[in-house]
Write a protein that binds this ligand. Structure first.
Ligand code: AR6
Length: 192
């Protein structure tokens, strides 16, 4: 399996790549955050470590100002020492078996991040696989939801972004996303 897959959706490049979210040269990287916007582990710990104290302080200030984030919401901060200009922090759902609105919340998290990026005039954004680590969402279930949400957004906002990149941490996750993209059904009704 190749380490990179690229396609196009309504004028935006959609890239699936194996890699580390903290080293991406995009306008914004997405943080799979916790509601308190504290560093924590996984993606969030790595992003805060790489971004440094300026990023952690900015996240704490947002948290103080607006309170904890609910699953599906997103906020934006400067990126400290990261190559990216901004960090978009979102909270994915914790997996509770799949019948507690997890898919809807996961889709909302992706859409919230994309909407914030466009609102702030950013042209490229990189996502990790939200919720599929500590939060326990099975990656086979999460991948079609993530890709479906992004495809829907890009079709609704043609040309609003140059690139959306999924940065997958393992070959297995990259292969899962690739398969999910190939098998993604066309919606009978708009994906919301
Ligand atoms: N680059 C890309 N992907 C990564 C990286 C990295 N540097 N590090 C881990 N992953 P997780 P969640 C993958 O747990 O499930 C934190 O403690 C990882 O292998 O970061 O949304 C927060 O504070 C997995 O596939 O996010 C929250 O409390 C995916 O990224 C909680 O974890 C997401 O794993 C959020 O949990």
């Amino acid at each position: 399996m190749s380490e990179r897959f690229e396609t196009e959706v309504a004028g935006t490049r959609l890239v699936l790549v194996r890699g580390d979210i903290t080293t991406q040269d995009v306008d914004a990287v997405v943080n799979a955050a916790n509601p308190q916007l504290t560093p924590g582990g996984g993606v969030s710990g790595a992003i805060h470590r790489a971004g440094g104290p300026e990023l952690t302080r900015a996240a704490a200030a947002v948290r103080r100002e607006r309170g904890p984030l609910s699953p599906g919401e997103a906020v934006i901060t400067p990126a400290g020492n990261l190559r990216a200009r901004r960090v978009v922090h979102t909270v994915g759902p914790i997996w509770r078996g799949g019948r507690h609105g997890e898919a809807e919340l996961l889709a909302r998290a992706y859409r919230s991040c994309l909407a914030l990026a466009v609102e702030h005039g950013l042209r490229s954004i990189a996502f990790p696989s939200i919720s599929t680590g500590v939060y326990g969402y099975p990656v086979e279930e999460a991948a079609p939801v993530a890709l479906g949400a992004v495809r829907w957004f890009l079709r609704e906002h043609p040309g609003a972004l140059d690139e959306v990149r999924f940065v997958l941490f393992s070959d297995g996750d990259l292969a899962t996303y690739r398969r999910a993209w190939e098998g993604l059904p066309e919606p009978a009704v708009p994906e919301r």
